[in-house]
Structures are given as structure tokens and as C-alpha cells.
Design a protein around this ligand. Structure first.
Ligand SMILES: N[C@@H](CCC(=O)N[C@@H](CS)C(=O)NCC(=O)O)C(=O)O
Length: 291
């Protein structure tokens, strides 16, 4: 860990002179666009997902696995691993399906539609299959309320709290206090809402739960930033009960495993091309060496 710098006086015009430090510094750039020419692979299924099992990536794989579990055979997909620390998101092929160079990105080969932004992927699939998004206007709007809440809120948790608490090159109290306050406020929002509801938008499990769980559910389950004790997550009892309920869904476990090159080997399915891959192609089976 490097030493904190003295107070910073910004120059008149910021220039990109050096890596800013911290985890992921090597992939941060102030410009968009591809850095290399490379086409994306294409598999046999209608959907081609290019992703990684971060919370944003897990939203897409949980949705696809939930659709398949609900009997929507048309949701079959190939999931290709995008190694963001190696810069795979900056290849020409990836930029073609997501000009923003971030996972998850989806290609619907039945009509050539590209879909990027995790919430857009959830809405696209929900509408295509008529699932996990109520059609009754009030319930649909409430689902959208919480879906958009997630998209607006999670950057404070990930880019704010997670970055300064876990990834920054040194700890600075000001941003940690600021984003801890906001993260705890958000957990309290969820906790109050979940006091009298089974799921965040009402009685039904929806794309709002599928969007919120990978971030806030996994946070209270102690899987993000090693911050469970620091944030006193056990005090958000309703969030905890909701998180455990969703965690117990088999499709959620499968969704967590896809495109996951880290953690326990039995939970790592680097690429998914067939439902049977969960039984045969996890890393504990492909690479049993414990080292
Ligand atoms: N708002 C986007 C955020 C996606 C995002 O931030 N993806 C991260 C991983 S969680 C990423 O691909 N980072 C690579 C990079 O920043 O170069 C979404 O919800 O899809």
C-alpha cells in the first residue's frame, strides 16, 4: 500500500499522465473506443453473452438461468468470459456490441440486436419472454422504480464505497465516511421496504430483485469488499432475510457460477455453452490441482 499524497491542487486542465493507482488502475483510461482488432466468438445458441461474474454480470446470468428454469427454452445462451483486467472489453468486437466497454453485453442472434447496460438486458429479456416483469401497470411501474433505483444507487456502493474501502491504494477517511454513510442509508431504504413485502416490488420475484440482489444481497451475505462487519450488515434484518431467500434459488447459484474466474473452484464455470457444463466443466473438475 502506498503512502497518502499531500492535499491536491487541481491544475487548470487535467491531463492523463500516470496511472491513478489502486486495483484496476491499469484498465482506467480517459478515452473510449477499441484498442485492438479482434472479433468476438459466436456459439450455437440464440443469445451470446460476453461477461464476467461481477455483480453487474451476475444480473444477466441469473436472469438467463431463471428464464431457462421457468421453461423458456429460447433463452439458451453461450456465455463467453471477458477478462476486464486484461482489457478484453476494449477489443473491436466487444466495442461493437457495447461502445461503453463494460460487461455485461449481449447479442441476440435471432435478430442481430445488441443489448448493453445490465438493466437494459434485464428489460429486454423480460419483455421478450414475458417473465419477471409484471404486465399490470402499477406492478410494472413499481418494478421499474426499483430497477432504476438500483442503477442509480449501486455506483455509490461499488464505485464509491467499494473503491475507497477496498481498492484505493491507501485509505482516506473523507470518501470512506461519505460513501459508507450513503451505502448504509441505501441498505436502510431496502430494509424498511422489505419489512412488509416478500420481494422488493411486491409479492412477485422480478427483474428488480435480480438487479438488486447481486449488489445489496451479496453485500449483506458478506461476499463483497469484506465489509460485512464494518457495515454491520446483520442489523439490516429484512434485507438479510430477502438475500437468503434469493440466494437459495438454484438458478441464482448457477448464475453466480457463470463467467467466474475467482473464488472457490467448484463455483467457477468460466464459459457456459450447455446446461450440462455446471456438472462437468467447473474448475474443480477441469483443474483439480489444489495449488
Ligand atoms: N452501468 C453498467 C455498469 C457495468 C460495469 O461497470 N461493468 C464493469 C464490471 S462490474 C466493467 O466492465 N468494467 C470494465 C472497465 O471499466 O473497463 C451496467 O450496469 O451494465
Amino acid at each position: 500500500m502506498s503512502e497518502p499524497k499531500d492535499e491536491y491542487t487541481p491544475p487548470k486542465v487535467w491531463t492523463w499522465e500516470a496511472e491513478s493507482g489502486g486495483q484496476f488502475a491499469n484498465i482506467n483510461r480517459p478515452i473510449a473506443g477499441p484498442t485492438s482488432e479482434k472479433d468476438l466468438p459466436v456459439g450455437k445458441h440464440p443469445f451470446q453473452l460476453h461477461s464476467l461474474a461481477t455483480p453487474n454480470g451476475v444480473k444477466a446470468t441469473v436472469m438467463l438461468e431463471e428464464l431457462l428454469a421457468a421453461g423458456h427454452k429460447g433463452a439458451e445462451y453461450d456465455a463467453w468470459l471477458v477478462n476486464i483486467t486484461e482489457g478484453d472489453q476494449f477489443t473491436s468486437g466487444f466495442v461493437e456490441i457495447n461502445p461503453n466497454s463494460k460487461i455485461p453485453a449481449l447479442l441476440d442472434t435471432t435478430n442481430g440486436q445488441r443489448v448493453f447496460e445490465s438493466a437494459s438486458i434485464l428489460v429486454y429479456l423480460a419483455e421478450k419472454f414475458g417473465a419477471f416483469l409484471p404486465s399490470e401497470p402499477k406492478a410494472r411501474t413499481e418494478t421499474m422504480n426499483w430497477l432504476f433505483w438500483q442503477m442509480g444507487s449501486a455506483p455509490y456502493l461499488g464505485g464509491g464505497f467499494g473503491h475507497f474501502y477496498a481498492y484505493a491504494p491507501y485509505k482516506i477517511q473523507y470518501p470512506i465516511d461519505r460513501f459508507t454513510m450513503e451505502t448504509k442509508r441505501q441498505l436502510d431504504v431496502l430494509d424498511r421496504e422489505l419489512a412488509n413485502k416478500d420481494f422488493i416490488a411486491g409479492d412477485e420475484y422480478t427483474i428488480a430483485d435480480i438487479a438488486i440482489w447481486p449488489w445489496y444481497g451479496q453485500l449483506v451475505l458478506g461476499r463483497l469488499y469484506e465489509a460485512a462487519e464494518f457495515l454491520d450488515v446483520a442489523s439490516y434484518k429484512n434485507v438479510m432475510a430477502w438475500a437468503k431467500k434469493i440466494d437459495a434459488r438454484p438458478a441464482v447459484l448457477r448464475g453466480r457460477m457463470v463467467n467466474r474466474p475467482f473464488g472457490e473452484k467448484s463455483l467457477q464455470l468460466l464459459e457456459r455453452h450447455d446446461a450440462s457444463d455446471f456438472d462437468t466443466n467447473t474448475q474443480d473438475k477441469l483443474d483439480p490441482d489444489p495449488s
